[in-house]
Design a protein around this ligand. Structure first.
Ligand code: ZN
Length: 276
């Protein structure tokens, strides 16, 4: 897919204008998102490149691809796809994948078999285990969002995203054929570190420098310690938020279980976004 360039500032402004109109969660929500709903307005992620308190020595971050320019947000469109339509889009994008016959609770299970725009999404498991690990099964709809995300990550010279898990199979008693959400639906990834081409890493636990209750993106938000790594991680999160790639993005600012990863989720059938 070919997309023209637009400056990060332009993108951030588009995001802010639309977010102001549409960030209130609506509809019936699960307990986690329900609890998040009240936070959504305060945590709306408008500006990807303003207000992080970057010291003068830190260079401007690279430009951001205009993944979302004010039409239907990517995450919303992906959430509506069925299996055949989604896999067709993966194929059209030349995303390397194999379909998985069946994974309980998952609409469109696939395994990514190579990098997306040069970025490999993987657990820390050895290669031989990765091929069969449930944690590496990804719903196709999340894979599309990760493909977009990878374009942004490539601009930061990220080569690998090491995650804790994507798919976590539902409980044994889960009814056959019933679709799940979040990790049991393979619709969320817990990304712990970003490995760059030069081997250096951005570790969420070490480098994010947030605190529980802090606003993650937008005016006045930013890392408690504005190290170059912290600022770059913040741009990674907030650019993805401004681009509407995921419905739910949870960081160490949210709660202690998220101290060491970003939870990035496509939530099928909703029209809201939460960033915290
Ligand atoms: Zn998660």
């Amino acid at each position: 897919m070919t997309r023209g360039h637009r400056s990060a500032r332009d993108l951030a402004q588009v995001g802010w204008q639309s977010y102001s109109r549409s960030s209130m969660p609506i509809g019936g929500n699960g307990p986690v998102v329900g609890a998040l709903a009240a936070l959504a307005l305060a945590c709306a992620a408008p500006s990807a490149h303003a207000g992080f308190g970057a010291p003068a020595a830190v260079p401007d971050p690279p430009p951001v691809l205009p993944l979302w320019l004010g039409g239907e947000a990517p995450a919303l469109r992906y959430g509506r796809l069925d299996r055949s339509g989604c896999e067709a889009e993966l194929t059209r994008r030349s995303v390397p994948f194999v379909a998985v016959d069946q994974a309980r609770g998952v609409l469109a299970p696939v395994r990514l078999t190579g990098p997306l725009h040069g970025v490999t999404f993987r657990t820390g498991l050895p290669r031989a285990q990765r091929a069969t690990s449930p944690w590496e099964i990804v719903d196709c709809r999340l894979a599309l969002a990760l493909d977009d995300f990878a374009m942004q990550l490539a601009l930061h010279d990220v080569a690998q995203v090491i995650h804790f898990s994507v798919y976590r199979p539902p409980i044994q008693s889960w009814p056959a054929g019933k679709l799940a959400s979040r990790h049991p639906g393979a619709l969320a990834i817990d990304a712990g570190s970003f490995v760059k081409k030069d081997g250096t890493t951005l570790e969420v636990e070490r480098d994010f420098h947030g605190h529980i209750g802090a606003t993650t993106c937008g005016a006045g938000a930013g890392p408690d310690t504005a190290s170059p790594q912290a600022i770059e991680l913040r741009h990674i999160v907030c650019d993805a938020a401004a681009s509407r790639l995921f419905n739910v993005m949870l960081t160490p600012d949210y709660n202690r279980p998220h101290r060491n990863h970003f939870h990035l989720e496509v939530t099928a059938g909703v029209k809201w976004f939460v960033v915290h």
